[in-house]
Design a protein around this ligand. Structure first.
Ligand SMILES: Cc1ncc(COP(=O)(O)O)c(C=O)c1O
Length: 407
């Protein structure tokens, strides 16, 4: 018997407002093709190919052996909340007490908790585009309205103070701000942050959710700063979000954290107590080691990613019709395919937009990338270069061949 499909009316309005994550869907499609025998290269998934460092794994094993396997406190184990407070002080010069630090099962769950705990129908949330795919959907799940503000390739995909000013209305509750950016890799200097902060100071009702997940992945000597550090007057209405997924190669451990005003931490805890209870106790102990233990591998990860960035940017700029900026951080590039729109693929299909580009590329060359429309800005595509140099070189050769074959 085929599995029963629930009728649409059975599903909630909230669910019907959102889309499944397109990056997860494309990665799955590539894995399915590979399982079916196709020679594919997946550049869609946003996770480091490195393994979790051994000291972190050992801390998790030790936690299991010591029986630290019971329900942890909702907000996080005290040791991890203290480690998070220590990290904010050490790396960001931000004073958060342990009571202001909150732990959730992944950075995504921090965004979810913060937005679900605060948004009502009619509220607006400013989301610069291109954006990480989950922001607008979580806003819509909460019944509020994402107000997307398009950035420009010529401005390094950075939000400008003028565009921010124009996007704020009396209904704006949050600005969701992410740097180094997924999907563009764009970062902001202190001066650029200060210029945005000056706009926000004029709008005291707007809160800032800064997603600093890729903080440690910056290149060429770029110095990362976060907004509450640059403008302390915004501290009282800023959620500084981060996690161990990307910097410590711990995507599967599911730990994210933030520093925030204590009443908001309490609100998020109230919500989490009824949803997931907490993050896994074992992953939390592993994260204590990640934050407090050696940080020696971070420069190694950084150096490997920087070399890959340079390889990919150089090879993509040699592909016919592609223009690829060189970003300062994260492990993504976001090249333009404006010059390829309207061309015809060997299949006979016209490249009408970035979605057909990505589909034709996957069909013709087995290379999985994510189309820009998924991130709210076209015509672009995103490559995650968190994979081996060999795979990246081969993928870029295939992209060059694919673009060269367009008529
Ligand atoms: C910008 C950004 N924020 C948050 C997350 C979520 O991180 P986590 O895997 O810890 O939920 C991701 C993951 O792709 C991301 O790219």
């Amino acid at each position: 018997m085929p599995p029963a499909t629930p009728p649409k009316a059975f599903l909630s309005d909230a669910l019907n407002r959102i889309q499944p994550s397109q990056t997860i869907a494309i990665s799955q499609k590539e894995r399915d093709l590979k399982a079916g025998g196709r020679d594919t290269i997946g550049l869609a998934a946003g996770e480091p190919d490195f393994d979790t460092p051994d000291n972190i794994k050992e801390a998790a094993i030790a936690a299991i052996r010591a029986g630290k396997t019971k329900y942890p406190p909702v907000e996080g184990i005290p040791e991890l909340r203290a480690a998070v407070a220590g990290k904010f002080k050490r790396e960001n010069n931000l004073d958060y007490s342990a009571a202001q630090c909150f732990v959730a099962p992944g950075g995504k769950a921090i965004v979810y908790n913060a937005l679900m705990a605060t948004l009502n129908p009619g509220d607006e949330v400013v989301v610069p585009a291109p954006y990480w795919v989950s922001y607008p959907d979580i806003v819509m799940l909460a019944g509020a309205k994402p107000v997307t503000v398009e950035t420009k390739i010529e401005a390094g995909f950075r939000l400008t103070p003028e565009a921010l000013e124009r996007s704020i209305t009396p209904r704006t509750k949050w600005l969701i701000f992410n740097q180094p950016s997924n999907p563009t890799g764009a970062c902001y200097t202190r001066e650029q942050l200060k210029a945005l902060a000056d706009v926000l100071l004029r709008h005291p009702n707007v809160w800032i959710l800064t997603d600093d997940m890729y903080e440690h992945l910056v290149y060429g000597g770029f110095r990362f700063s976060t907004i509450a550090e640059v403008e302390p007057r915004l501290y009282e209405r800023t959620v500084t979000m981060n996690g161990v997924s990307k910097a410590y190669a711990m995507t599967g451990w599911r730990i994210g954290y933030c520093g925030a005003p204590e009443p908001l931490v309490k609100a998020m805890a109230k919500l989490q107590s009824q949803v997931t209870t907490s993050a896994s106790s074992i992953s939390q102990w592993a994260s204590v080691e990640a934050l407090n233990g050696t940080q020696d591998f971070i420069p190694k990860f950084q150096a490997a990613f920087e070399a890959r960035r340079d390889l990919v940017v150089s090879m993509l700029n040699q592909a016919h019709g592609i223009a690829c900026p060189k970003p300062e951080g994260a492990f993504y590039v976001y090249p333009s395919i404006a010059k390829l729109i309207g061309r015809t693929a060997p299949s006979g299909n016209v490249i009408a937009n970035d979605e057909t580009f990505a589909t034709e590329l996957l069909d013709a060359e087995g290379v999985a990338v994510v189309h820009g429309a998924a991130f709210g800005l076209s015509p672009f595509f995103r490559i995650s270069y968190a994979t081996s140099n060999k795979a990246l070189e081969e993928a870029c050769h295939r992209i060059q061949r694919f673009c060269g074959n367009l008529r």
